[in-house]
Design a protein around this ligand. Structure first.
Ligand code: PRT
Ligand code: MG
Length: 208
């Protein structure tokens, strides 16, 4: 049995066509079904549906053999203990700094609200800017509006969320896409089926 960890939402939606090309079609829809383990049309493959930030943990401990996770989540988790053989090119976005519209440029000391604490710390340190990082779990856009922070570090896709909150994107920290990750022991113990799956994903991606 191969177990693949995927988060509900945009990664799941964008991973479905890739999985389908490999003959993996879930027999339930996680939007309407509360099951956390989904069987698929391949009797040897199951999906576990978990929070995006938990995917590296499940794969690291071997609770899932493979996983699909955003590069943002992988860097923040510190995913040295995982293989990351493929950029799936899905759920693309940009990790950026953002401020209130027309805010003065960031210099000297800055208060930053984000859920990407490690990435933000490294980024501001690399610029020689002294940053006080405030960890939040969501709705980062609110922080500058209520005086909690000068700046946020968050994912931006269309930019509509920032615009709706009188904020604007500032600097690009990195481009983000979702990656396939593999448990190191599984890569050895289940090498044949995993290698076959990797090859199929590669063929599909090459055609895109
Ligand atoms: O929802 P939950 O707390 O369980 O986790 P999550 O929000 O991290 O999961 P999910 O499914 O929303 O996102 C999973 C992954 O999708 C992220 O780790 C990214 O790698 C990727 N991704 C791609 C995004 C976006 N695009 C994105 N736009 N993740 C989040 N957003 C959010 C962003 O945080 C902001 O709130 O969408 C908003 C901005 O979108 P625009 O279009 O208004 O700019
Ligand atoms: Mg979300």
């Amino acid at each position: 049995m191969l177990t693949i960890a995927v988060s509900k939402g945009r990664i799941y939606e964008e991973a479905l066509p890739l999985l389908a090309e490999a003959g993996i079609v879930p027999t339930d829809d996680p939007k309407t079904c509360r099951k956390l383990i989904l069987n698929t049309t391949r009797p040897d493959v199951q999906l576990v549906i978990i929070r995006a930030t938990d995917v590296p943990t499940f794969v690291e401990y071997g609770a899932a053999d493979l996983g699909i996770a955003g590069k943002d989540v992988l860097i923040e988790h510190g995913a040295e203990s995982l293989y990351e053989p493929l950029d799936l090119g899905i759920a693309r976005c940009r990790l950026m700094t953002a401020t209130r519209k027309n805010a003065p440029p960031i210099t000297g000391r800055v208060r930053v609200a984000t859920k990407f604490v490690k990435i933000a710390q490294r980024y501001f340190a690399s610029l020689g800017i002294q940053a006080e990082i405030i960890k939040l779990y969501g709705s980062m856009e609110l922080a500058p509006l209520v005086g909690l922070a000068d700046c946020i570090v968050d994912l931006v896709d269309t930019g509509n969320t920032l615009k709706a909150n009188d904020m604007e994107p500032r600097d690009l920290i990195m481009n983000i896409s979702s990656r396939l990750v593999v448990n190191k022991a599984a890569m050895k113990m289940k090498n044949a089926p995993i290698a076959e799956l990797l090859a199929q994903f590669e063929r599909t991606l090459a055609q895109r």
